[in-house]
Design a protein around this ligand. Structure first.
Ligand code: NAP
Ligand code: MG
Length: 398
């Protein structure tokens, strides 16, 4: 059997712990036998990040800017305990944070559906993708506890000396205040990423804020989206047969629950944080959630939404059997390969990505799955270890 050829390399970002183990098995069992895989490899495992003083993370992000498509394994974000465990030179920043900042991206998260794991919401038939703006608002705030009576004000001092001053509240007693901000540039990037992603998957795009109450702040988001849609995307959306639709966040919540799914829901930072956990849980499990970072200039980085599954890794190190769910990581690979195929005009590679996903889902639908899923599954389910699960998928692929 001749292997499927590639043109441009994928940027491959290896990672840590249990997902690093799965990473190698996925490649060995599900990809290398079928694809003449071309990657530019970056080892984002914590040990090598430390050795290179995190330069490898920066290099991998630059490679993504150069080639356009990356696939990333989950990585450890070091804390004090990890500094000790790995004898780190320093508490390196989150690789995801570094990569996101360099690609200026928006994160899209979508659940993977299988027949035996039914969404809690009966009407949902297709996945709902959350597009989360990952800059500013309450995540970059300034908060003050007000000790007692007095006046709280917003003061802006322009570089040209111009001053804007407004009263927030005349306090008669103790309370709290908070200052938040966002940037036209960041909202603009967010909008481009959402519109481009909707076009790339040919799904409707919903966007919601609370502009009726937040008449300046949230309204700015609404206006920027509307302007960019009109000027840059309207024609392409009409041609693709998809729709851009703005509504209030509370109306959106009601519509989402009544919907059949199958669309993208763009959310401000806080809304996206909260709603992506709600969507993931209501569809089944975090181990079945894909994640893709999309930059406004059209780069894509695919990964699983979960972490390195440390608890399973420690059991693996002791030689115990582990049943860690590799589905989201397999879908990170299929997503990246499909996108590479699309960009390079390689229908065989796109087709392989489809078949890899189908083989994975067929294996689960055939009753073979990792133990986390077997617990949720309605019907005959055989909970197997990760290796057996991957071997079963490989059999189907062949
Ligand atoms: P986690 O790795 O997502 O795991 C939390 C728990 O969720 C696991 O112990 C396991 O539960 C369950 N789980 C998650 N993924 C699973 C899978 N694929 N199959 C089966 N069960 C799964 O989160 P964490 O333990 O909080 O974080 C571990 C490390 O990952 C940390 O160092 C963190 O910095 C890093 N992290 C990285 C990323 C990323 O790179 N994108 C994201 C989040 C966290 P049971 O133990 O009950 O089976
Ligand atoms: Mg959250």
């Amino acid at each position: 059997m001749s292997k499927i050829q590639m043109k441009t390399p994928l940027v491959e970002m290896d990672g840590d712990e249990m997902t690093r183990v799965l990473w190698k098995d996925i490649k060995d069992l599900l990809i290398l036998p079928f694809v003449d895989l071309k990657t530019e490899y970056y080892d984002l495992g914590l040990k090598y990040r430390d050795e290179t003083e995190d330069q490898v993370t920066i290099d991998s992000a630059n490679a993504t800017l150069k080639y356009g498509v990356a696939v990333k394994c989950a990585t450890i974000t070091p804390n004090a305990q990890r500094v000790e465990e790995y004898h780190l030179k320093q508490m390196w920043k989150s690789p995801n944070g570094t990569i996101r900042a360099m690609l200026d991206g928006t994160v899209f998260r979508a659940p993977i559906l299988v027949k035996g794991v039914r969404p809690t919401v009966r009407t949902w038939e297709a996945p709902i993708t959350i597009a989360r703006h990952a800059y500013g608002d309450v995540y970059k705030n300034t908060e003050v506890r007000i000790p007692g009576a007095g006046k709280a004000e917003i003061v802006f001092t322009g570089a040209d000396g111009q001053e804007i001053r407004q009263t927030i509240f005349d306090f008669q007693g103790p309370g709290v205040v908070q200052g938040i901000h966002n940037l036209d540039a960041s909202i603009t990037s967010f909008a481009h990423a959402c519109f481009q992603y909707a076009l790339s998957v040919k799904q409707d795009l919903w966007f919601s804020t609370k502009d009726t109450i937040s008449k300046t702040y949230d309204h700015r988001f609404k206006d920027i989206f509307a302007e960019i849609y009109e000027s840059d995307y309207k024609a392409a959306f009409e041609q693709a047969g998809i729709e851009y639709f703005y509504t209030l966040i509370d109306d959106a919540v009601a519509r989402v629950v009544r919907s059949k799914g199958g669309f993208i829901w763009a959310c401000k930072n806080y809304d996206g944080d909260v709603m992506s956990d709600m969507i993931a849980t209501a569809f089944g499990s975090l181990a079945m959630m894909t994640s893709v970072l999309v930059s406004p200039t059209g780069q894509f980085e695919y990964e699983a939404a979960h972490g390195t599954v440390t608890r399973h890794y420690y059991r693996y190190l002791k030689g115990e059997e582990t049943s860690t769910n590799p589905v989201a990581t397999i879908f990170a690979w299929s997503g990246a390969l499909r996108k590479r195929g699309e960009l390079d005009g390689l229908p065989e590679l796109q087709d392989f990505a489809d078949r890899l996903e189908k083989a994975t889902l067929d294996t689960i639908n055939g009753g073979i799955m990792t133990k986390d899923l077997a617990l949720l599954y309605e019907g005959e389910a055989q909970g197997v270890n990760s290796r057996q699960f991957l071997e079963a998928i490989a059999e189907k692929l062949k």
